[in-house]
Design a binder for this molecule. Sequence first.
Ligand code: GTQ
Ligand code: FE2
Length: 362
Amino acid sequence: MTGGWGMITRADAMTDAIPTRDTTLPPDYSSALEANALGPLWTALHMLLPQERVARPVPHRWAWKDARPLLLEAARLVPIEQAERRVLVLANPGLGGSYAITSTLFAGLQIILPGELAPRHHHTPAALRMIVEGTGAFTTVDGVRCDMEPGDLIITPPMRWHDHGHEGTAPVVWLDGLDLPLVRAFDASRASALKPAEHPLTDADPSLDEFTAAGLVPKRSRYPATGYPMVRWPWRTVRQALQAMARTAAPEATVVLRYVDPTSGRAPLRTMGASAQWLRPGERTGRERRTASAVYHVIEGRGESVVGETRLAWERGDTFVVPPWHWTRHVNAAGDAPACLFSFDDEPALQALGLFEEEIEP
Ligand code: GTQ
Ligand code: FE2
């Protein structure tokens, strides 16, 4: 292990209950403290400020082959009118039933059937969507229609109206990523009342006509100015860029692209970043760890990732989670095909708070 501090596991050090009573004190004194909403720090200090980082979320993989039939069954059992958003939440086994995949991030798999409409709403948490399966669905972000094709990334910034529709013939599934647990930690989560879905104002999104080539941005956009000029990154474009980079990259170099606002180069959302990684046939990456937590989704190929002490095998459609400060490496198990991993993370939030660190093994 490099660096001064490692990661202790939940079993080593994690306790949800902080001791609030010092049993060496007179019981009357302890009672008087409690009656006045006061408590001793000294019994809890080392739990609040541990010498090694403690992460409650654990590495985990959600297999597409298991989730897919359960999503299709949800579509049979739960009408969209009742669910509003028909989502199965990826609940981290280490977080005890909270609606969270890491302490800051939410992930869910959403299914929509042909002809269905998920009504319009907006909220303070930011959202992004990675399309997993199916065609013909779209989401509308502040009146801009974004078609959903497998592998596409679409963002819904805070307080932007959005709804989902489906004009195709087979179910469409996507992975939702939200900063919901982070926003809830600030007691800042709030949503509008629902409104019926409306016909989009535009029939395209800026990635189709205004942001089609790297290094070029429109002098004047025809889309509403929202502060988030790009809301959709088509997989076709991202895949081409990764493939071109992989062709010329040195064998030991990792091939990763960050999704950015093309007008600023900054992360697409204030709280969440996103990346796409290309793993060449047989590639085994070096180990890296970050204070950010990340959720990975397999767009293409099969392989495995070693996250801390846990080995996670994956194939197309699977989703897995990397908790903070866990040494991670990825391996493309196929000798003849590339593998592509999408990921989103809370790195921009940590950057803003001065908490971001990373280590990359040589
Ligand atoms: O599609 O608008 O998974 O608002 C969670 C909250 C999806 C959505 C989620 C949401 C949405
Ligand atoms: Fe939403």
